[in-house]
Design a binder for this molecule. Sequence first.
Ligand SMILES: *Cc1c(COP(=O)(O)O)cnc(C)c1O
Length: 444
Amino acid sequence: MAKSTAAQGFTAESTAACGKRPFVSKEQLEAIAAEFPTPFHLYSEHEVRRRAQALNQAFAWNPGFCEYFAVKATPNPSILKILMEYGCGADCATSNELLLAHACGLEGEQIMLSSNDTPAQTYLLARDLGAIVNFDSYDMLEYWRQSLDTFPKTVCCRVNPGGDFQSANGIIGSPRDAKFGMTEAQLHQAFTELSAEGVQEFGIHAFLASNTLGNDYYPRLARQLFQLAAHEAAELGIHIGFIDLSGGVGVAYEPGQQENDIAAIGEGVRRAYQEVLVPAGMGDVQIKTELGRWMLAPAGGLVTRVIHEKVTYKDYLGVDACAADLIRPAMYGAYHHITVMGKEDAPADHTYNVVGGLCENNDQFAWDRQLPETTPGDLLFIHDAGAHGHSMGYNYNGRTRSAEVLLQEDGTARLIRRAERPQDLFATLDVTEEGKALLASLPG
Ligand SMILES: *Cc1c(COP(=O)(O)O)cnc(C)c1O
């Protein structure tokens, strides 16, 4: 697996100067860690609100605009409820995500089911909740007919145009290699049949590239989908109610990368809308988004303490978190910036591998990372873990998943998910005599 070595290009001065800063100070974080033992995921309420506001502002030109937060990124009701204050709905892919959205008070078309390989029970639940169903494949229409009978009044279909997705910065996605979506010919066939079967309102959805930087992904995708929508509406005489641009707007994980400008992205989509949809008499089409990463990644960090240092052929900092708390580096070689709390301005003149305790050599948060001199006891803030962080956690090696803490606007910290306990880990063994005995023997 290719490991990210992007940090190696940064000199000690430039790393410090690049200024990726945590949203908390060392003093604040030590106080929080005194109450909630490390490791834990920390979210900034302020940053969540700021991002939700900025997104709404960027698309304020479109009446009916709605962000369906991709629940899988950060499936925590306390986070979802903050987003709901800004009119956000939920984008779900499974029945349990639907249940979570429903438990938060979302209902009807505030919930989007963008799933693939979907079991009938999930469709049933989506129908009962009145959620918008986004069909990933043409064949799923027949599956729906057989398991659920008639279609809802509004239906969305996910298109995969194939080929490569080009951005101004080069090729950034390969839809032809992706399992998601249906071909444009299949979409046409689906709309033809659905229209004949009484569906009145149609949506088109696509997700062609992940974690894009450069502001032109959404505008280009939008233009492509607008053209397709105008074509289908004219051909079939159907009403396209919305275009769902899905996720894929990225964040600057690495220092020195240019942050996306959501206002510029919204303006780019508006231009395409004016140029393609409005002349086609489709000025009532609503824009929907399903951002996960952009909404939440920078609003969260993984907080962990260095507990050991070991020098062999490399200098290893052993921390109390592991890949089970944040798998992206281990899984994709993804870069997550690390701040040693209290040493924000110290020169990054030491080279470390930052590792967890799993019995897997890829359980490392950073390889050959330039950091200030770091010793056991130091608190680390691993940046941009607010999306696809805790949610991708797992229990390998008997690791219990960490807590989630919300740093509230008033500066106080609130536990929004407790850390798992051994009981949680063994609870599913309660069907066996050994499991019952084990659970009974646990303290607390
Ligand atoms: C994962 C996913 C998203 C969110 O993607 P981000 O890259 O986190 O913005 C949105 N929609 C669907 C269907 C997804 O699978």
